[in-house]
Design a protein around this ligand. Structure first.
Ligand code: UD1
Ligand code: CA
Length: 449
């Protein structure tokens, strides 16, 4: 195979997004669109990537970081013009794969197939096309009487006859570098938009007798370009469905996958059960046999095996639940470890805490971890029992096998094997109600007898 460099066009503003943010940085399932394209390219074993930036160039570069060549397209004069800016930076590329930064559904497998088709056919250009019942705004692939690709016509510039063509341009192409360089300067902005269309390169290559063909992508979903926020939602939906399907096929049960949102970066082991309305985001790892109840959100957390989570539970970044731990309903945990077999069953906030094994944290307990300026840690050692409605004012430690009485506000460390009670003593004042209000006086006068 010839050396191949990928060029990803990402300089456009994305006017139809109606956004101050560059289109390719809009996120689907918490990941910028362009990162999906880069990942697919890398997984297709194409190492060298050049990204054409322009609108919001600094923001795009900052988001993507180093490891890529960046070509600057100062004025966005069209997709052909964008590619012109990249070529001088790629003197040693034998062949190029050109992609758009707004097509997050492309898979590495499809890109590899495109590449093989291009290499084997010896064409100067292979277009990736797809068949759609209604081609919408996509460019149409025009073939001649012999069935060869003759040109691409943009929908805006197409005749009614051309608009009826069902084979459309995905915006992904492989080019022989030499052939491309021979014709790219011939592009001219003579179309309805006044832009240098990359799609006009097809005619130019044909004019100098080069072979152009098309590889038809079987799954038309894959080539979907995101141009507005409605299409962004459609793409997100497909990405979500792909992830959920993969998880279900690997042994995870989902009661209603249509309402489950799991980022690509999340790993879940077999025999977990996930109920409706669950959101698992960022870098999460979940062990075997966990039960995740409805209305749960988990972000950047590590969950051991056989844990019980939810319903209505929020596990924020840095949460670690060890095996058999429980985080029940209306529980929020942040940056804390809950040790093996420990339970936080209801109505709690646990932040910046290290909770040992076999600890029970009573209903309504909270860690008071913030004084308005700084965060402080709470330590609860193994087998401690925290009574309901306890306030643990950090920094504070509850020792091994100690008990905190319900309703306590704990401000000092509790030694091991102790009972801590920190609440006002109860006084009962008999007859207080009658004293306060004569109507309740328990005598004959007031009863009218
Ligand atoms: C383009 C194709 C169309 C194809 C469709 C597939 C052209 C003329 N048309 O149309 O045939 O069906 O993609 O999705 O190529 N960009 C730049 N610089 C520019 C203009 C665009 O880098 O000056 C980038 C954009 O950031 C985007 C990509 O090129 O990532 C495609 O641009 P877009 O305006 O979305 O092209 P389409 O109208 O969708
Ligand atoms: Ca597009």
């Amino acid at each position: 195979m010839r050396q191949m460099t990928a060029v990803i066009l990402a300089a456009g503003q994305g006017t139809r997004m109606k956004s101050s943010k560059p289109k390719v940085l809009h996120e689907a399932m918490h990941k910028p669109l362009i990162k999906y394209v880069i990942a697919a390219v890398h997984h297709a074993d194409i190492e060298d990537v050049c990204i054409v930036v322009g609108h919001g160039a600094e923001e795009v570069k900052q988001t993507l970081g180093e490891g890529y060549l960046y070509a600057l397209q100062e004025q966005q004069l069209g997709t052909g013009h964008a590619l012109m800016q990249a070529l001088p930076l790629l003197p040693s590329a034998d062949s190029l794969m050109v992609l758009c930064g707004d097509t997050p559904l492309l898979t590495a497998q499809t890109l590899s197939q495109l590449r093989s088709y291009f290499d084997e056919s010896g064409a100067a250009c292979t277009i990736m096309s797809a068949i759609l019942p209604d081609g919408g705004a996509y460019g149409r692939i025009v073939r001649n009487d012999n069935g060869e690709v003759a040109s691409i016509v943009e929908a805006r510039d197409a005749s009614p006859g051309e608009l009826a063509i069902q084979e459309i341009n995905s915006g992904v192409y492989c080019f022989d570098r030499e052939a491309l360089s021979a014709v790219i300067d011939k592009l001219a902005p003579n179309n309805s938009q006044g832009e240098y269309y990359l799609t006009d390169i097809i005619c130019e290559l044909r004019n100098i007798g080069k072979k152009v063909n098309a590889y038809v992508c079987q799954d038309a979903d894959e080539i979907m370009g995101v141009n507005d926020r409605y299409q962004l939602s459609l793409a997100s939906d497909i990405l979500r469905e792909r992830k959920n399907t993969a998880l279900m096929l690997s042994g995870v049960t989902m009661l209603d996958p249509r309402t489950v949102y799991i980022d690509d970066t999340v790993e879940i082991s077999p025999d977990c059960i996930i109920e409706p309305q669950v959101y698992i985001e960022g870098l999460c790892r979940i062990g075997r046999g966990c039960h995740i109840g409805p209305f749960v959100k988990i972000t950047d957390s590590v969950i051991g095996e056989n844990c019980e989570i939810g319903p209505f539970c929020y596990l924020r970044p840095g949460t670690v639940l060890e095996d058999q731990a429980k985080a029940g309903h209306f529980v929020e945990i942040k940056k804390s470890r809950i040790g093996r077999g420990s339970k936080v069953p209801h109505l709690s906030y646990i932040g910046d805490a290290d909770v040992g094994e076999k600890v029970n944290i009573g209903c309504g307990t909270i860690t008071c971890n913030y004084d308005g300026k700084h965060k402080y840690p709470t330590t609860i050692e193994d087998e401690a029992f925290i009574g309901s409605n306890t306030n643990l004012v950090a920094p504070v430690t509850v020792g091994h096998r100690s008990t905190v009485a319900a309703g306590s506000t704990i401000t000092e460390d509790v030694p091991e094997d102790s009972l801590a009670i920190a609440r006002g003593r109860q006084h009962n004042i008999k007859g207080w109600t009658e004293e306060r209000d004569p109507r309740y006086k328990n005598n004959d006068e007031s009863q009218g007898k």
